[in-house]
Design a protein. Structure first.
Length: 322
């Protein structure tokens, strides 16, 4: 007859099993996978965090860009890595909470295939038009869209990305039809806008400001109930009579499934210490990002809540990725 293992013995065994991962962690670089090409909002955030995170963990941090398929390429790379705390993915809400509602056969399960680590930041969004369009207000954009159904194009960072879904929400609220042009990340979408190949887009405010300052992108409205401090003269969508269009814009670290709990705890503590530090918090706000700090459990709960909230909208709009 097999005897049950006493609780103290079981706890000691778990600690012993976790110890090699913790020991190995100290001697290796932390690989951070990014689901966007260089210049995208996630890439900018990763590079802002890499140096302070390296100091907090006392190990190098290496950023690796793996764009493609709205995050699936990067997640496949994460799943193939060892669950020892040596590889993390920094991704946005779309790959965690939106993709499960978009793909009929998603090659990953966010509730089974990840070790949730820590949230890091949230971002506001702005609606912009290309300078060459001559559009200067959200009212002019909607007027042109009504006059030319499906003749107005908008770029996004990929099908099902926050930048795609936000513009679809605006179109639904305003009763207009637009033509979607997806790109493998926000940087090429912005480049298309600046070149005059697409007419407009919704994008994170932080990495859109340089184009706005340079005159290649014209800010029309910000999402949310209030104006953004970085653009005090630009109205919120509510002021344009469209109502509240809220879009989750958070970013978070996850690891592959199976990362030992002590490693998760240490990584979470390091990320929280970095995000909560006055210097990093200030740099995030200068990049028009709001610092987010929380436990691994609260991050997973938020991802589930956002997934459930977006499911009905995605079904109603018939948005899917084959």
């Amino acid at each position: 007859m097999t005897r049950p293992i006493p609780r103290r013995t079981a706890a000691a065994l778990l600690t012993a099993l976790a110890t090699p991962a913790l020991a190995q962690e100290a001697g290796q670089a932390l690989r951070v996978i990014i689901p966007q090409p260089p210049g995208g909002a996630t890439d900018v955030l990763a590079r802002l965090l890499s140096e302070p995170l390296s100091r907090a963990l006392e190990r190098p941090v290496v950023v690796e860009n793996r764009p493609g398929a709205n995050g699936i390429v990067s997640i496949n790379a994460l799943k193939q890595s060892r669950p020892d705390g040596g590889t993390l993915l920094l991704g946005g809400v779309s790959i965690f909470s939106f993709n499960p509602n978009l793909y009929p056969s998603l090659p990953y399960d966010p509730w089974r295939d990840f070790a949730w680590i820590a949230p890091v930041a949230d971002t506001p969004f702005v609606v912009v038009a290309g300078r060459r369009t001559g559009i200067a207000t959200i009212a002019q954009l909607l007027q042109r869209a009504r006059a030319r159904p499906e003749g107005v194009t908008y770029g996004s960072a990929g099908i099902g990305n926050s930048t795609h879904l936000a513009m679809e929400m605006i179109a639904e609220r305003a009763g207009v039809r637009l033509t979607h042009v997806p790109f493998p990340g926000s940087a090429p979408a912005l480049a298309s806008l600046a070149a005059g190949d697409t007419d407009c887009m919704v994008n994170p405010l932080g990495n859109t400001l340089p184009l706005i300052a340079g005159g290649d992108a014209v800010p029309l409205a910000t999402l949310g109930a209030e104006r953004a401090p970085a653009l005090p003269d630009v109205p919120a969508l509510r002021e344009a009579g469209i109502g509240d269009v809220t879009m989750p814009g958070w970013y978070a670290f996850v690891g592959p499934a199976g990362v030992p709990a002590p490693v998760v705890e240490r990584l979470n503590a390091a990320v929280r210490a970095v995000v909560d530090s006055p210097g990093v918090a200030q740099r995030l706000r200068e990049a028009v990002l709001e610092p987010l700090s929380g436990s691994a459990e609260s991050l997973q709960q938020r991802a589930r809540s956002d997934s459930e909230a977006m499911a009905a909208f995605i079904r109603r709009r018939g948005i899917k990725v084959e």
